[in-house]
Design a protein around this ligand. Structure first.
Ligand SMILES: Cc1ncc(COP(=O)(O)O)c(C=O)c1O
Length: 374
């Protein structure tokens, strides 16, 4: 049988990805994990696992419908209250995952009358949400707020949205949150932050980077903050921290919330346990950030370009796809699970190393000894 047009076209696209060493495959991780976002290893914590089991017993295996139909349960309210109290938000709305949160949020807040100012390195889910909304998308240079302000000044649109990650997922560098808030005030813009990699790791009680920087008095000036439960909270899902009016707006307008089955209730049942555990992990947070600092020093000593990372995410930049794939494979063969990240996810190929609460100096030495000198 002659292959269909689609199969012919797909095969030729896949062939060129293979040729450029950009073909992606799935693999079950093995060896010591240096690439997941389970920064405090909560996904393996006995108390969290127990709480999930209790949730399954109490609420069953699935929610059965969207929350607006018959999928809502009391554990969603409890989880939203728990994360709001933790981060200092007035209210919160729990959704299936961070991707759905960002796509849903950006696409329901903006339309053709809006100009959305997005950091050049923001996550794909943010960019996809802007695209879906039909708003004008304007990139500002990564972390460059002078550039952002120039663009805001030039804008003729009445509705403006500024959106930034707080801890950038592939570079581990940090957004200037106070300055972003200042620009929001000056230009009467909506401010959206994505604290996916800040929650659990930053702040005295793990309340995230936005709350750490802005404190209880200013955090509510940020219109919407996306948090994920699939990273430091060790579960899955996400929530948007906002005002009560903001939450009502999302419940009525956010299509990824309205037209999607409610997340597994057992997950939201377990959220307060994850919050409780994270609040008590001050020491682990200090260790993670100190170990990440040490890793940056060791990479630099081995000839890797200095990175602007100031977080648990530490990129080791490589000159080519081949060199980064070889390094990842060598590490894997020696029992370390590190992941090569390549275009189009990033422009410069890299090992995206993430430091966890159990990453120690011996492990760092092993990793560094396996990496090629640059
Ligand atoms: C900054 C950022 N936002 C959103 C997401 C999406 O979150 P989730 O994995 O829960 O869909 C991710 C995760 O990949 C992320 O890194």
């Amino acid at each position: 049988m002659k292959p269909s047009n689609f199969l012919q076209k797909a095969s030729s696209i896949l062939e060129s990805l293979r040729k450029d060493l950009l073909f992606r495959t799935l693999e079950v991780p093995s060896g010591f994990d240096l690439s997941s976002n389970d920064y405090l290893r909560l996904s393996k914590h006995p108390r969290l696992i127990q709480s999930l089991k209790e949730g399954l017993d109490r609420y069953g295996a699935g929610s059965g419908a969207s929350r607006l139909v018959s999928g809502h349960r009391d554990c969603f309210d409890l989880a939203e209250r728990s994360v709001s109290a933790w981060t200092g938000a007035e209210d919160a709305l729990f959704v299936a995952n961070g991707y759905a949160a960002n796509v849903g949020l950006l696409s329901c807040l903006s339309n053709a009358k809006t100009e959305v100012f997005t950091d050049r390195l923001n996550h794909a889910s943010i960019l996809d949400g802007i695209r879906l909304s039909g708003a004008e998308k304007t990139y500002y240079k990564h972390l460059n707020l002078n550039h952002l302000e120039e663009l805001l000044k030039k804008s003729s649109k009445r509705e403006k949205i500024i959106v930034s990650e707080t801890v950038f997922s592939m570079d581990g560098d940090l957004a200037p949150i106070e300055e972003l808030l200042e620009l929001k005030r000056r230009y009467d813009a909506v401010l959206i932050l994505d604290d996916a990699h800040g929650i659990g790791v930053f702040g005295e009680n793990g309340e995230g980077r936005a709350s750490q920087i802005l404190g209880r008095d200013k955090i509510r000036e940020v219109d919407f903050i996306t948090y994920t439960a699939g990273k430091a909270l060790g579960l899955e899902g996400a929530w948007i921290g906002t005002s009560t009016i903001g939450r009502d707006f999302l419940v009525n307008r956010m299509r990824t919330f309205i037209y999607s089955t409610a997340p597994l209730p057992a997950i939201t049942h377990s959220i307060p346990t994850a919050v409780d555990l994270l609040q008590s992990m001050k020491e682990e947070r200090t260790i993670i950030l100190r170990t990440a600092e040490r890793l940056r020093e060791m990479l630099f000593e081995k000839g890797y370009p200095a990175s602007n990372s100031r977080s648990q995410i530490v990129p080791a930049l490589f000159p080519s796809e081949k060199s980064v794939l070889d390094a990842a494979e060598l590490c894997r063969n020696e029992g370390l699970h590190v992941k090569a990240i390549r275009p189009p996810t990033v422009t410069v190929p890299r090992l995206r190393l993430s430091v966890h609460s159990d990453t120690d100096e011996i492990l760092l030495e092993k990793l560094i000894s396996l990496l090629p000198e640059l």
